[in-house]
Design a protein around this ligand. Structure first.
Ligand SMILES: Nc1ncnc2c1ncn2[C@@H]1O[C@H](COP(=O)(O)OP(=O)(O)O)[C@@H](O)[C@H]1O
Ligand SMILES: [Mg+2]
Length: 162
C-alpha cells in the first residue's frame, strides 16, 4: 500500500499521470472515494497522460455508464458504477472482458464490484477534514499484475507527491 497526499487538483493530475506512465494493456484501475473526492479528476489526468486528446471528452460517465476514448496510446474505457444496483448489471458491462481485449479500464465507484473485476490497481481518494483541496490518496493492489512495477510506482508517486 502506498499513501500520499494531494494538495490540489493539479497534483492529483500528476499522480494520475504517474500511474498512467506505468499502465499496461489489460490493467483495471478502480477509483474509490465519496462524491466530489476527485475520481473524475483523476480519470481525466490519467487519460490525458495516455495521450487522449480533446476529441475525447473525459467526463463522468454517470448516465452512459461507460465512455471509450480511443485517441491515446492505449484505448481507455471509463466507467462509473454509481447508478448500478446489482453485480449482475456490472457484469453486463463486460469490464474485465474490455480490459482483456488489450485495453485499459478505469472505474469510478469500482470498489462496489471488486468481486467481479479480478485483479486490479485500486486508488482510494479521501478528502481531508480541514482543507477543501487536500486528498489522501491510497494506492493498493489486488492480484499480482503490479508486482514487477510496484517499486517503480512507489518512486514515481513519491516524486510527484513528496
Ligand atoms: N486535491 C484534489 N484532487 C482532486 N480534486 C480536487 C482536489 N482539490 C479540489 N478538488 C475538486 O474536487 C472536485 C472533484 O470532483 P470530481 O473529480 O468530479 O469528483 P468525483 O468524480 O469523485 O465525484 C473538483 O471540483 C476538483 O476541482
Ligand atoms: Mg465522478
Amino acid at each position: 500500500m502506498i499513501e500520499i497526499v494531494s494538495r490540489d487538483p493539479a497534483q492529483t493530475s500528476l499522480v494520475a499521470a504517474a500511474v498512467a506512465r506505468l499502465v499496461r494493456p489489460r490493467d483495471i484501475i478502480v477509483l474509490a472515494g465519496p462524491m466530489g473526492a476527485g475520481k473524475t479528476a483523476f480519470a481525466r489526468g490519467f487519460a490525458a497522460a495516455l495521450g487522449v486528446g480533446p476529441e475525447d471528452d473525459v467526463t463522468s460517465p454517470t448516465f452512459t455508464l461507460v465512455h471509450e476514448y480511443r485517441s491515446g496510446r492505449i484505448p481507455v474505457h471509463h466507467a462509473d458504477l454509481y447508478r448500478l444496483a446489482t453485480l449482475g448489471e456490472v457484469a453486463d458491462l463486460g469490464l474485465r472482458e474490455r480490459a482483456d481485449l488489450g485495453d485499459v479500464v478505469i472505474i469510478e465507484w469500482g470498489d462496489v464490484a471488486t468481486d467481479v473485476l479480478g485483479g486490479h490497481l485500486r486508488i482510494d481518494l479521501e478528502p481531508d477534514g480541514d482543507d477543501d483541496d487536500m486528498r489522501v490518496i491510497t494506492v493498493s493492489v489486488e492480484g499480482h499484475s503490479w508486482d514487477a512495477r510496484w517499486e517503480k510506482l512507489r518512486s514515481a508517486l513519491s516524486a510527484v507527491a513528496p
